[in-house]
Write a protein that binds this ligand. Structure first.
Ligand SMILES: [Ca+2]
Ligand SMILES: [Ca+2]
Ligand SMILES: [Ca+2]
Ligand SMILES: [Ca+2]
Length: 379
């Protein structure tokens, strides 16, 4: 059932509308946490990408419906359950993305009655942590080595085979970030896996804003982005494969807050309502990469891409990528032929090796044209 669904889900990734109708309100069950709830990732327009500076004014355009707060969390480890004292911890998390860029942006705002950030000094306090886990292609499955999820022969961490498996396996197909809130005398994130490089720029970026000392109560703001990977090897980004973030698709994502208040951990509040989320992609929540909200939609403009599918026959597949509401398409292939399909495939005559191709789109807000001159190269 499980693997069948994964296969179906991958096929349906190409048909997001169909996928949505099957995933919601049907018998299909796939292995995620909280299957009754679909979370949403806000799409920023490309002219309003958040600046990572700790100032969250660039998030003010995000509707409240995208803000996930303390009421959605469950302390599954330290006994609070969903009955969380907002004076002890109160958080708001918002996730964003930009179409065309494989990054997940986060705004994390937290009130804590005791900010504990001296883990890395000799007094030996703990450290408040915001932990996120990302599975960019919903592949699911265990991704942390040595957490009772791997065969016995691999559990001895001192054996060479264990170490090799750790670097090959942990964090490879889903990534876990332990983010220090805030870091003092240490890196901003502990990557729980074999690929610490994903915590470095340009694979991620972060900025904090807080005005509290260790032990005080108050508010902390963290703004950051990470890059999700389908394959994040130990030896660096050269062989890594970024997850392709595509509008309307689902990804796996969850977070937890490890709240230390001066002594032992006081809470492990997690969105998945199951602490297996820290090590197994089957326990992440489904987050949808949303289209632009109406308020952020730009006026109509024409845009398209192309692929030469058969150079010998001068066969080209055109793909409409216009933004805004489009009612009709008019392609001029520059040789006297036209098409009114949205995504035409066209065979050019041999005489037109460098055609000038124009797409004109028409919708309620008018018309827009986009010409590519000498860009479609044929034989
Ligand atoms: Ca900012
Ligand atoms: Ca607290
Ligand atoms: Ca994955
Ligand atoms: Ca704390």
């Amino acid at each position: 059932m499980h693997s069948n669904f994964r296969r179906i889900a991958q096929i349906l990734h190409s048909f997001p509308i169909l996928f949505a109708s099957i995933a919601i309100g049907s018998e299909v069950q796939y292995k995620i946490a909280r299957p009754d709830k679909e979370f949403r990732i806000f799409q920023f327009p490309r002219d309003a990408i958040p600046r990572i500076d700790g100032d969250t004014s660039d998030w003010e355009m995000v509707p409240e419906s995208y803000v996930y707060r303390t009421d959605l969390l469950n302390d599954t480890e330290d006994g609070h359950g969903t009955n969380i004292d907002r004076n002890d911890l109160d958080v708001a998390v918002t996730v964003g993305w930009v179409k065309g860029i494989n990054r997940l942006y986060f705004r994390y705002e937290a009130h804590d009655d005791f900010w504990d950030f001296e883990r890395f000094n000799p007094r030996g306090y703990k450290n408040d942590i915001f932990e996120i886990v990302v599975d960019g292609d919903l592949s699911g499955g265990a991704f942390i080595f040595n957490q009772n999820l791997v065969p016995d022969r691999h559990r001895d961490q001192t054996s060479p085979i264990s170490i090799e498996n750790y670097t090959r396996f942990s964090g490879n197909h889903a990534q876990n970030y332990h983010i220090y809130t805030p870091p003092v005398n240490n890196a901003w994130v502990l990557v729980w896996g074999g690929q610490p490089w994903i915590g470095d720029f340009p694979h991620s970026n972060y900025a904090y804003d807080f005005d509290v000392e260790h032990g005080e109560s108050g508010k902390l703001v963290l703004e950051f982005w990470v890059t999700p990977y389908d394959h994040a090897p130990h030896d660096g980004p050269e062989r890594a494969i970024e997850s392709q973030l595509v509008e309307n698709q689902l990804i796996g994502l969850s977070w937890s807050i490890l709240d230390f208040d001066g002594a032992e951990r006081d809470g492990h509040y997690n969105l998945a309502h199951n602490v297996n989320m820290v090590k197994d992609g089957d326990y992440l929540c489904a987050f949808r990469l949303m289209p632009l909200e109406a308020a952020q939609k730009p006026d109509l403009y024409a845009e398209w891409t192309f692929k030469v599918v058969d150079m010998e026959r001068n066969m080209v597949a055109f793909k409409d990528e216009s933004v805004g509401e489009v009612a009709s398409w008019y392609w001029d292939f520059g040789d006297g032929s036209i098409s009114t399909e949205q995504h035409p495939i066209y065979q050019f005559n041999e005489k037109h090796t460098r055609p000038m191709v124009t797409l004109e789109v028409t919708g309620p807000k008018g018309t827009s044209k986009r010409t590519r001159y000498w860009e479609v190269l044929l034989k």
